[in-house]
Write a protein that binds this ligand. Structure first.
Ligand SMILES: [Zn+2]
Ligand SMILES: [Zn+2]
Ligand SMILES: [Zn+2]
Length: 147
């Protein structure tokens, strides 16, 4: 683990404290595991990573902590496709574009959807929340190889 990751870990834990959450060993381990991973992992993958570092943390504890962290809005889940939900940290807000061909996940800033959000609200009185599900499509490479 490099220094930038350590700094981000402390920042996320500070965010957790500010929102009234306690920093427990298990919660710290979950945040560290999310930072270590690609950033988008299932609850099972997260459990495996946490338990590799802390074998005494029970999986029910991890699931409970994950729920608590989600309620405190430190962690969020997103559906990238047909599979199970994946978890990521909320300190660097982003939306997801997922390639249906190769599974590539492209993270894009929230602002990317600002114009669409405003337009849909004006025309249909509907406020979209694109962060819960990814927008599916094709990456450049897959678009080039498909007819
Ligand atoms: Zn969901
Ligand atoms: Zn994400
Ligand atoms: Zn692709």
């Amino acid at each position: 683990l490099g220094r930038p990751t350590d700094e981000r870990l402390e920042r996320v834990l500070e965010m957790l404290r500010q929102r009234g959450g306690r920093v427990t060993t298990a919660r710290r381990a979950i945040v560290a595991a999310l930072l270590q991973s690609s950033g988008h992992v299932t609850a099972d993958e997260l459990t495996a990573t946490v338990q590799a570092a802390q074998p005494d943390v029970h999986s029910t504890t991890i699931y409970r902590c994950l729920e608590a962290l989600e309620e405190l809005d430190v962690v969020d889940h997103v559906h990238l496709g047909h599979g199970r939900a994946v978890y990521h940290l909320t300190d660097q807000p982003h939306q997801h574009l997922v390639c249906e061909g190769c599974g590539l996940v492209v993270e894009v800033p929230d602002e990317q959807f600002a114009a669409l959000r405003a337009d849909l609200r004006d025309r249909y009185a509907f406020t979209i929340r694109p962060n819960h599900f990814a927008v599916l499509g094709r990456c450049e490479r897959c678009a080039a190889t498909s007819r």
